[in-house]
Design a protein around this ligand. Sequence first.
Ligand code: ADP
Length: 351
Amino acid sequence: MIDQRETVLHALQNVAGPDGRALGVDSDTLEITVTADRIAVSIAIDPKDAAIWEPVRRDVEARISQLGGATHRAIVTLTAQSQRQPMRAKPAVATFPNLAKIKHIVAVASGKGGVGKSTTACNLALTLRARGLAVGILDADIYGPSMPKLLNLKGRPNLVSGRTLTPLEAYGCKVMSIGFVVETETALVWRGPMVASAVTQMLRDIAWGALDVLVVDMPPGTGDAQLTLAQYVPLAGAVIVSTPQDLALIDARRGVEMFRSVGVPILGVIENMSYFICDDCGKRHHIFSHGGARTEAEKLNVPFLGEIPLDPAIRERADSGLPIVVTEPDGPQAESYRTIADRILEGLNIG
Ligand code: ADP
């Protein structure tokens, strides 16, 4: 997908504005989002100039619609300058030597806490591992690091040299958690920049080695800390976890918008605690309504990755450090995670 973005940038290199001058792909005028199945470009203009920009819009559309073949849909829109979030000064994406051999860094995020983001991140990472990939998990959820519990991991990473630490290991994945190195109570009062710098240190100072995918369990929410991380970490894409309720979906939408505003592709939205299967009658019950995340994903033009049931077994296994995808790999819960993990791999162009 990163390559696809490069291709788009290349194709749009000499697009001319209404005055005949090149727009420049790095300018604030063009915003490009490449997801698993679509290439979206928004052109920020003064709404009163919409008519004179229409030929430019068509030119951009023609250029990108030829790129992705049948697999990518091209969407080009004119956006009022004021409607778009102001572009922030973009810090250079981190290029730390320890990240050099990681092929894809994927953020698992949620607009708010308690939707099952960490449980989902953990089970998805282990599912990718079970698919034969080399996987790392970075628990950046500084306000409530859960990987030590979810993976039953204790101890501290060893210092290998200088300030470089080796990650711990669980179920074949390399794991680093802010919970291994700071007291949770300390981190709770950290403000945005401190959170971002702590996570940056974990990226910079951990000897991750060669990985196919590094799953980052992001802090919940869409504040400054999350935005800085989204800008600074070289993310291949973001996955948003939501529950089906309206309120959670509003937050999920904010999450999508945040990643979009900094040009990180959205790999898709997951509906967690989607439905409940009754032990007694075997029927599905839609406790929090159902299908909201799918509808929201359609509205936002991002892929819907799948549903995970509200299942006491998922919680019990998570609480005891025995993730369900490892301890019951043939169960229906593991199957839900596999479907989603495979869609994420498609989004990353890993077959
Ligand atoms: P977050 O990271 O969004 O704060 P957690 O992953 O910590 O959320 O999950 C919150 C609680 O919900 C935990 O007790 C977890 O075990 C439980 N949970 C998460 N997903 C499910 C699920 N699909 N079914 C049942 N319980 C779940």
